[in-house]
Design a protein around this ligand. Structure first.
Ligand code: BGP
Length: 490
């Protein structure tokens, strides 16, 4: 095996899926607090016709599990020790923006929020785990969305930079690796969550806030996020020479395969990769805004213009590394995907991966796709790569003996890690593997507890009940062996 000696072994979670305490110590709601799952089309917000704006109105029939999540807010010290028990030398989580600036537009930060992460990062440092910190993991403060329309409004850049400057300054010496926006290339698929954008000026249909977000607002959000990302990199480097600032992409779409060798499917696949990831990763990593977007903007009937100054800023402030999530591969078939647009793809099942998706959520397991993804990204960007999400969600139960035998997960990580190793042997500069959800957290996609990724089980269920007790699964011990041997046991 060829894993480098200083390879980062660990796991990744996000504040909004782990911490709970959604209104504690001054925090105000963020966008995921009003959703039961980020794919939900029915957010807990309502149009107020008098005020001409959206307001929070939670649906009383729903269980918003993320409000309490797995109580990480009060249990992170013991959980981090469990992570250390597997030999983690790194750990990824996010700062909930709304703990630091509860509404997002305050002038002064919330000291209780800052103190909370002070202790959490100190705890990681004490345990010898390198913190890898996401600045926003789908955590735009709700107020910025309902009051300002979110990222389509250029004012967000200033609010964001105030927050970023505050945490970059406060955690200097404790944190070295920063990720800007989680899976921000899903902006068009999930405008409200991944793009933090909502049309509040005369929405076409206020009862459908997500659907009525205009293309113009979405592309304005793209524009502002590109500028914000570049300014974040610039600011980080000014504040500390040690800072490594990376972007974070959902990269499952790199492994979009043509369904067959019909040349039009090959071209369609290229379009799919462009509009699902490269349209965002190219500006972040190469400092260029792709030329094919001009055609897309024309088709979308939007007006997007970058000033020379902005283009220079984007060019001069590319990220230090690229981090990404990888869960599955997809296929492109023009008979099914009639038009590739910025709304994302509905992909056809891959006949070669039939029966490879035993879990009810149907994500085809494709470890070779991870090797492919690593190679494509490295060839394109020549930047260090960090895998910050990969894992499998399973509906699991404790057996009569009180044990959890998650053989499928064990096999899953072994196969994916073998392919990471192959990619390293191919010459890819891959710096680490942070497994998604090393402890069960609320699923981002479905808002459930039932979709469990953990090496550590948490006693909490979809209806909200549970003791929150932690229990180790079989995979905990296997990942420990893999880490201890630096991958040699694979
Ligand atoms: C990514 C998100 C994570 C996470 C993961 C697994 O898209 O960045 O927050 O949860 O997917 O997805 P899910 O929880 O829907 O199974």
């Amino acid at each position: 095996m060829s894993f480098p000696k200083d390879f980062l072994w660990g796991g990744a979670i996000a504040a909004n899926q782990y911490e709970g305490a959604w209104l504690e110590d001054g925090k105000q709601p963020n966008v995921t607090d009003v959703l039961v799952g980020i794919m939900s089309k029915d957010p807990g917000i309502q149009w107020n016709e008098d005020k001409k704006k959206y307001e929070m109105k939670l649906n009383s029939d729903k269980v918003y599990l993320s409000h309490d999540a797995v109580d990480g807010y009060h249990r992170y010290r013991e959980d981090l020790k469990l992570m250390k028990g597997m030999g983690f030398n790194s750990f990824r989580t996010s700062i909930a923006w709304g703990r630091i600036f509860p509404n997002g537009d305050e002038l002064e930060p919330n000291e209780a929020g800052l103190a909370y992460y002070d202790d959490m990062f100190a705890c990681m440092n004490e345990l010898g785990m390198e913190p890898v910190i996401t600045l926003s993991h789908y955590e735009t403060p709700l107020h910025l969305i309902t009051e300002y329309g979110g990222w389509s409004n250029p004012q967000l850049i200033d609010f964001w930079l105030r927050y970023v400057k505050t945490v970059f300054t406060r955690y200097k010496g404790k944190v070295k690796f920063w990720l800007t926006f989680n899976e921000v290339n899903a902006l068009f698929r999930m405008p409200l969550v991944a793009g933090g954008v909502l049309t509040i000026k005369d929405p076409k249909d206020p009862s459908d806030p997500i659907g009525s977000t205009t293309k113009q607002d979405q592309w304005d959000a793209y524009h502002n996020i590109l500028v914000a990302n570049a300014k974040t990199v610039q600011l980080g480097h000014e504040i500390s020479e040690d800072y490594q600032i990376g972007c974070m992409m959902t990269a499952s779409s790199v492994a979009t395969y043509p369904y067959n060798c019909d040349p039009l499917n090959v071209v369609g696949t290229l379009d799919a990769q462009r509009m699902n990831i490269f349209f965002m990763a190219d500006p972040f990593c190469l400092g260029i805004v792709p030329t094919y977007l001009k055609k897309v903007w024309k088709e979308d009937q939007v007006n997007v213009e970058f000033s020379d100054e902005e283009l220079k800023l984007i060019k001069e402030n590319t990220v230090d590394f690229l981090s990404f999530s990888y869960y599955r591969s997809t296929t492109f078939d023009r008979d099914v995907n009639l038009k590739v647009d910025t709304g994302g793809l509905t992909c056809r099942d891959n006949p070669y991966l039939k029966d490879k998706a035993p879990q009810p959520w149907g994500w085809a397991v494709d470890p070779v796709g991870l090797r492919y993804t690593l190679n494509v990204l490295y060839d394109r960007y020549h930047l260090p790569l960090l895998i910050v999400e990969n894992g499998v969600g399973l509906d699991e139960n404790i057996d009569e003996k009180g044990e959890i035998h998650d053989d499928f997960r064990v096999h899953y990580i072994e196969e994916h890690l073998k392919n990471v190793n192959d990619a390293i042997e191919d010459g890819v500069d891959c710096r680490g593997y942070l497994y998604w959800g090393p402890i069960d957290v609320v699923s981002a996609g479905t808002g459930e507890m039932k979709k469990r990724y953990g090496f550590v089980y948490v006693d909490r269920f979809n209806d909200g009940h549970g003791t929150l007790e932690r229990k180790l699964k079989d995979s905990y011990y296997r990942y420990k062996e893999i880490i201890e041997s630096n991958g040699e046991v694979l």
